[in-house]
Write a new protein. Structure first.
Length: 169
């Protein structure tokens, strides 16, 4: 498969989401902190969306957004960066699978690469069935092709919206 040379900028998509302790503020701070990184450039940021929890229903609604960046960081270096920002945001998991969390930063797409690594699977395995990823992504990059799955616009059209709403700022 075609691979860009080491360090050549790749278009990547990050999913942001959380449902504890002022999640909209956490999402905004994560955006700023990513944008401040030397090897990251923001290309687009979606609206913030309010979405129903996927997983146990006895938890608050989520705030979700997606961010397109250009980065020269390699995939695992970008993952390290995302995890360090999650820890700065005091990421708390309450133990329960698919339970509430302060902030998740998911590496959804890394250029056109398909990655199967013990720490990282790209495209993100949940991407095609998560309205809180596809709807924000259809807002900023409807024509983007997801390796093996097709175009965002069509994927979003096929995915039930499950009551997702744009949050009024
Ligand atoms: N549900 C929604 N709506 N948004 C999320 O970001 C989200 N993240 C998760 C799980 C617990 C799967 N549910 C979610 O990790």
């Amino acid at each position: 498969m075609h691979r860009p040379p080491e360090g050549a900028p790749a278009l990547c998509v990050i999913g942001l989401g959380g449902n504890l302790d002022a999640p909209a503020d956490r999402v905004r701070r994560a955006r700023e902190s990513l944008g401040r990184q030397e090897r990251v450039r923001e290309l687009a940021f979606s609206s913030l969306y309010k979405s129903r929890p996927m997983g146990p229903q006895d938890q608050p609604d989520y705030v979700n957004a997606v961010m397109a960046i250009e980065t020269s960081l390699a995939p695992l270096d970008l993952l390290d960066l995302l995890q360090s920002i999650e820890s700065l945001e005091g990421r708390v998991r309450l133990g329960e699978r698919w339970g509430p969390r302060t902030l998740d930063l998911d590496l959804l797409l890394y250029g056109d690469q398909v990655i199967q690594h013990p720490r990282l699977v790209v495209p993100h395995p949940g991407l095609a069935v998560r309205e809180f990823v596809l709807h924000p992504l259809a807002e900023i990059l409807p024509d983007l092709e997801v390796p093996g799955l097709g175009r965002i616009r069509e994927l979003a059209e096929q995915c039930p919206d499950n009551g997702i709403e744009v949050m009024v700022p």
